[in-house]
Design a protein around this ligand. Sequence first.
Ligand code: SF4
Ligand code: SF4
Length: 143
Amino acid sequence: MKVAVFLPELIRHLFRKPATVDYPFQKLEVPPDFRGTPFLHPDRCIACKACERDCPAEAIEIATVNEAEKTFKMVIHNDRCIHCAQCVDSCPTTPKAMEMDKLFEIAAFDRHDLKAEWVFARAVLKKEPKPAPAVPQAEPPPA
Ligand code: SF4
Ligand code: SF4
């Protein structure tokens, strides 16, 4: 093929910004809905186990630590996690006890280093107080 065919394209690209970045020295911002790594807000968790039940990779384990004190231990096995965010979707609390962060560089030499653990007391669901009924206003006396 003749060089003349490529030449206009080559010249055009000489003046364009590069399409890639110099990773890992330069990093791009991930999009706002990026599914990084799941993590727990232990103060919000009601230990309902919906996340453990629905996780398609069986990456979440929740065990009772002390039945009387209602304390639990959650382990997320990030070596199994497929970053689907099903655990976040299944979590019934508001705000969510389970969330995804923006991390994507979580490689480790030992898979066990990817385990994340929390021991926590079960949160109590807070109910919104009902608004007080409106007090009827007395009619002003006729002038
Ligand atoms: S992101 Fe998906 S695979 Fe990972 S822990 Fe949550 S439900 Fe399981
Ligand atoms: S993180 Fe959410 S879904 Fe999982 S046990 Fe806690 S409250 Fe339930």
